[in-house]
Design a protein. Sequence first.
Length: 418
Amino acid sequence: MHIPFSPPYIDQAVIDEVTSTLTSNWITTGPKVAAFETELKTMTSSKAVICVNSWTSGAILILKWFGIKPGDEVIVPAYTYCATALAVLHCGATPVMVDIEDDFCISASAVRKAITPKTKAIIAVDIAGLPCDYNALMGIVSEPGIQALFIPESAEQNMLNRVLLIADAAHSIGAKYRGRPSATASDIAIFSFHAVKNITTAEGGAICLNLPVVFDHEALYRFLKIYTLNGQNKDALAKSLGAGWRYDVLFAGLKINMPDICASVGLAQLRKYETDILPRRKQIANSYAKGFEHKPWAILPCVHDENRESSYHLYPIRIKGIDEKQRDLIIDAIVAEGVAVNVHFIPMPMLTCFKSKGFKIQDYPSSYTNYACEISLPIYPQLTDNEVDFIVAVVSNAVEYELTCKKVFATNLVINLA
């Protein structure tokens, strides 16, 4: 049996939507992007949604809009994909890494300790689709003592008058926080629609705006749309519909718009997301939980609690009592049986880019502990029940074989030393 890790969900509805775009003679930013934004806004209960060509570009856009610049600091978790911190670096600012809790989410207590007068934003990451504790984080940035540290240096910072709370929601479309779409729990949430995500546009992302009422969200939506098109005040579709060829460039924007051909893939998936795609992902997660719940070596991921429900993007199982090398041997054995698995993520302080900037993994013990024993299992709607059962059996056999070898080695070592 061969089971891939995360193939895209492409059914006839997706093919039909893409075909309709191709035959419309309009494939760049246009009506399909507008429709996708509208449906995302409804599903997430957001005040406005802007589509972009990736999570990373969306994060850079928001940081630039907020006035993040050299000398500023943005707090990020050490345990995340590199894009979270790279977006900060691309604005010339300094990423300040903090450790995570056992549920993979950023530590609120560590965030509190890391805030300085240079702090302008926090990017909390919903690892595997589980929302962070946004009430705790929002409570911290709203505390009078923490607000007193904030030094606004742009019009937007003056309007907010506190640290901006951004959700790296790359994994968490469809997640819930306190009974509401989790995108509404932060000031701004940014989705990813990369090929392996719950909803894909091949490449793409979306910015969900849920700022305080002092902000005019409709005006901000229009401004950010212009920003995604090099700061040009008239897009190609408007010109093609008779708005005239003459245009102006209002400021130095970015070229990060999402095209219709990509939006059409996501649009078709979004229309089935809450009825078909997300429920099936949840079923698979529950099957994994049932299959591993009595295994003494299994640390099951938190997928829901009294305040949060995951989007079931990943199933990050952890193995008790193993080290990084043993984890890799277990993965090799699983892959040899035809099951593709992954690891989410290599903590950023272990990557050359960040080691060269002085970050040390020893400063983030929880991040390393979780990484060293984590294996991400396949979870996507195309998986059959038989395939899920096969994955449970293969993983169990691989882990138990490695743990047996470890026990035998330890026993022989004791005998030899005696």
